[in-house]
Every structure is written in structure tokens, then in C-alpha cells.
Design a protein around this ligand. Structure first.
Ligand SMILES: Cc1cc2nc3c(=O)[nH]c(=O)nc-3n(C[C@H](O)[C@H](O)[C@H](O)COP(=O)(O)OP(=O)(O)OC[C@H]3O[C@@H](n4cnc5c(N)ncnc54)[C@H](O)[C@@H]3O)c2cc1C
Length: 433
């Protein structure tokens, strides 16, 4: 009997330490320096941040998504999930633990497809937490359908020349390099005709036209860049993986990225849920605590059950990734988790806001900001609808059409088969009458 829902005591001890450390040492950073997470450290911040990262390293918890050969512990997705549930409570925590998106996914593909020189140049500083990276795939006119991308790279001597637009390249403004997905062969299918390039952000021709913000962020201060690649020249060895490999690389990257978002989302939901419960036990109206009102009890019960369901699904998917070591084999469940994520987050945060009354929607609580993460999770790494299509297609692979005009569960058909199976007994019964 192999089912086991327990965390081994040694790792639980680590998780308990992380929980306390994030609450005491890291969450205050969110309040004082929120928004600077992806900016290279200033002289002012370095003496605060470096010792925290060192504590994480000393506990063996730095970059745990990576194997030992890359300086991580190689804990696997299941342990990473339990860790990320805690880190998801805070915007600085993933940085302090060296496992922040989108750098984790970017590191993963360089580790997987990069040459030794590319690893030395890009991966090593990324893993040391000293630089940031950006993934530049979406275009202004096309996101969910990469076959519509038009940004190209044309071979010219021993260089490639990149031209075109990219949209929503997160953290490009502070990243030291970009991973850009472009068309390298217009004559063949996009699935074989697109490639990935590693492009230093300061390469001439990389023009960040605008930094788009989310929700009510002030104009120009967002971190999602609209970029024009204007005759950007990179050498042959800037190609990541082989020519025409972009789709395969993107799948490697996005598979991990999506499940990591789900892990952190559990943490965010847990925080909103804790807040809701505390408020229900603290606020009295019309003669009784909110905790005693049936509507509020309904909020708590629904949120508890929704979060428990979602968490088990994420943990099971993480376990399956560890078991098969192949994102493609777990594609259906990664997509299903991705589909559920925005709804679970929005439902729980919305209920928590409601229970907090006016304070809940104010900028004095973190709930309104968390709430925006719901629609964001429904888009980042691909829209919900596209993932639903993936789930349905993968599910249907395990089914066959009925071999008859009536469904196999049609009662008359099953009854006829049952009668035939037991014909000799039925005849006897009739004969005895
Ligand atoms: C916070 C955030 C960070 C991001 N970071 C990055 C990044 O770092 N790098 C990057 O390259 N991109 C990034 N993106 C972009 C993201 O990948 C795209 O937003 C996403 O792929 C959808 O593309 P789109 O916005 O162009 O929407 P579209 O492709 O125009 O789709 C719009 C809507 O159309 C519907 N739709 C689309 N396709 C289908 C379909 N097949 N069936 C049914 N309905 C469909 C859906 O409702 C969808 O939401 C980020 C997005 C967000 C919100």
C-alpha cells in the first residue's frame, strides 16, 4: 500500500524553519521594498538581502528546484511544492530562496539546452542570484497562438539579425538577458521553423518602448515590456538548442513554470484564508461574531474545501512529475491545475475581502492586489481556454467511440447482453414456471 500523505520529519523541520523565517524576516521586505524584487541589488539593500540569502544557503534551501550539478539540492517537485506553498505568501521570498519565476524556467531551459559556454555566461550568474532574465515570446498581435508570431531572425554571415515586436516580456527592464522566440524559417511549419536566442539586454537594437503595468500601477512603471527588436545582431552561438527547436524548448519551460505558479498560488490562497478566519473570529455585528453567521461559515467551508482539493491536485501532479521525470507525460494534469488556479484564487480572495468589509478592498490590506493575481493566472503562461482544450484532448485520448449507434451504457443494449450471458438460466427459470 503506497499511498502516503505525510511529510518526512526532517523536511518538515525545514519547512517549519522556512515558515517562521518568511514571516519574521522576509514579509517585512514586501512592505518596505515591494517592487524592487527583480532589480539588481543596490548598495543600500545588499547588506540586508545577502545575509538572508546566506541563511537560506546555510540551510541547504537555495535554488532547490535545481539538481546538485547546478548548485541546488534537487529536491524534486513535491518537496518544492511544499516549500513554494510557504514562499507564495511573500513577493520577496522566492528571490531570497533563489527560485523566482520567470528565472527558474529560464534557468531550466539553459541547463537543459545550453552549451557549456552559454551555461557559464548566463546560467551561473542567474543561479547565483546576481542577475535576472526575461522570456520574450508573446507578440502584440498574438499570444496564445505562437504559430502567428512574426518576429524573425535571418542568418547573415556568422550572425543572426532579429527584427520584430514582443509584448509583455516580464522584467526585461532589469534583466541582463532575454530569451527570445523568433521565426527562423518562414518556409516550413512554425513547429519546426522557430528558434530561441539568448540576447543580452544591452545589445544595440533592443528597444524597450514601454513598460506596461498591471491593474492600477502607475503609467510607465510596470515591469512587462513592449520591445522592438530593431536589426539586433547576435552571433551564431546565441542560438539556444538547435535551429527550429523553439517549441520543444517552450514546452520544457512552460510545463515547470505553470506548476510552480500553482504551488505559490496555494500559499497566496492560504494567506487570504487565514485572514478570513481571523476576521470571522474578531468582528461582531448584530449581536454575534461573523464566525457565527451561516453565510460566513459557508465562505469558510467552501474555501477550505476548495483549497484542500486544489492543493492535493497540485501535490499529486508534482509527485507525478518526479515519478516520470517528463512534463509531457503529466501534461493533462499540469493543464488541469492551470485551469483551476485562477478560479480558486479569485473565489477565496474575494470571500476574504467580503468578510473584511470596506477594509478588505482598501489598499491597507493585501487582498485587492492578490485578487488581481486571479485574472493574471488565467493568462500568464497561456489562457485558461487553451489549457481546457489541452485537458479535453488528453482526456479523450483514453476513450474510444461506441461500436454501435447506441452508447455502450444504453440499458436495452446492456440488458440484451446480460440476457444472452445468462440465457441457459433464464430458459430454465421460464421452463420451471
Ligand atoms: C502578468 C503577465 C506576465 C506575462 N509574462 C510574459 C513573459 O514574461 N513573456 C511572454 O512572452 N509573455 C508573457 N505574458 C503574456 C502571456 O503569455 C499572454 O498574455 C498569453 O499567452 C495570452 O496571449 P494574449 O495576451 O495575446 O491573448 P490572446 O492570444 O489574444 O487571447 C485572448 C483571449 O482569447 C481567448 N482565446 C485565445 N485562444 C483561444 C482558444 N484557442 N480557444 C478559445 N479561446 C481562446 C481567451 O479568452 C484569451 O484570454 C504575460 C502575461 C501576463 C498577464
Amino acid at each position: 500500500m503506497a499511498w502516503d500523505f505525510e511529510t518526512d520529519p526532517d523536511f518538515q523541520e525545514q519547512l517549519d524553519w522556512v515558515d517562521q523565517f518568511v514571516r519574521d524576516e522576509v514579509e517585512p521586505l514586501d512592505l518596505l521594498w515591494g517592487g524592487l524584487e527583480f532589480t539588481p541589488l543596490s548598495d543600500e539593500l545588499r547588506p540586508i538581502i545577502d545575509p538572508l540569502k546566506q541563511q537560506v544557503r546555510d540551510r541547504g534551501l537555495w535554488a532547490t528546484h535545481l539538481g546538485p550539478e547546478l548548485g541546488g539540492k534537487g529536491y524534486g517537485q513535491l518537496r518544492l511544492s511544499l516549500l513554494n506553498e510557504i514562499l507564495g505568501r511573500s513577493s520577496w521570498a522566492p528571490i531570497i530562496f533563489g527560485c523566482q519565476a520567470p528565472d527558474t524556467g529560464n534557468a531550466e531551459i539553459i541547463a537543459h539546452y545550453g552549451t557549456p559556454e552559454q551555461k557559464e555566461r548566463y546560467l551561473t550568474p542567474l543561479l547565483n542570484g546576481e542577475v535576472f532574465s526575461s522570456y520574450s515570446m508573446t507578440e502584440p498581435h498574438a499570444g496564445a497562438d505562437p504559430t502567428m508570431f512574426t518576429t524573425t531572425a535571418v542568418h547573415d554571415g556568422d550572425e543572426w539579425v532579429i527584427n520584430g515586436w514582443k509584448f509583455f516580456s516580464s522584467n526585461a527592464r532589469t534583466a541582463s538577458f532575454l530569451i527570445v522566440m523568433v521565426v527562423t524559417n518562414t518556409e516550413i511549419s512554425a513547429y519546426q521553423g522557430m528558434s530561441m536566442f539568448l540576447v543580452p539586454t544591452d545589445t544595440p537594437g533592443v528597444n524597450i518602448v514601454r513598460n506596461v503595468g498591471l491593474g492600477a500601477e502607475p503609467d510607465g512603471e510596470g515591469s512587462h515590456a513592449l520591445i522592438h527588436y530593431d536589426d539586433v545582431r547576435v552571433p551564431d552561438d546565441a542560438l539556444l538548442g538547435g535551429e527550429g527547436q523553439a517549441f520543444a524548448i517552450a514546452q520544457t519551460r512552460l510545463g515547470g513554470g505553470r506548476i510552480h505558479h500553482a504551488m505559490r498560488t496555494i500559499g497566496m490562497c492560504g494567506r487570504a484564508f487565514d485572514m478570513m478566519c481571523e476576521r470571522a473570529l474578531s468582528r461582531t455585528t448584530q449581536g454575534s461574531l461573523l464566525a457565527d453567521k451561516q453565510f460566513v461559515q459557508g465562505f469558510i467551508a467552501d474555501s477550505y474545501a476548495q483549497l484542500a482539493q486544489f492543493r492535493l491536485f497540485v501535490l499529486h501532479t508534482a509527485w507525478a512529475i518526479d515519478k516520470y521525470q517528463d512534463y509531457r507525460r503529466v501534461r493533462k494534469d499540469i493543464a488541469a491545475v492551470k485551469v483551476l488556479m485562477p478560479g480558486v484564487l479569485q473565489d477565496i480572495v474575494q470571500r476574504s475581502m467580503q468578510v473584511h468589509g470596506a477594509l478588505g478592498v482598501s489598499n491597507e490590506l493585501p487582498l485587492a492586489r492578490m485578487w488581481l493575481a486571479g485574472p493574471i493566472m488565467g493568462l500568464a503562461d497561456g489562457p485558461t481556454e487553451v489549457h481546457k482544450v489541452t485537458v479535453a484532448r488528453q482526456v479523450l485520448r483514453d476513450y474510444r467511440p461506441s461500436d454501435d449507434v447506441s452508447p455502450t451504457e444504453h440499458r436495452p443494449r446492456k440488458l440484451a447482453a446480460a440476457r444472452e450471458k445468462f440465457a441457459q438460466y433464464l430458459e430454465l427459470e421460464v421452463g420451471n414456471l
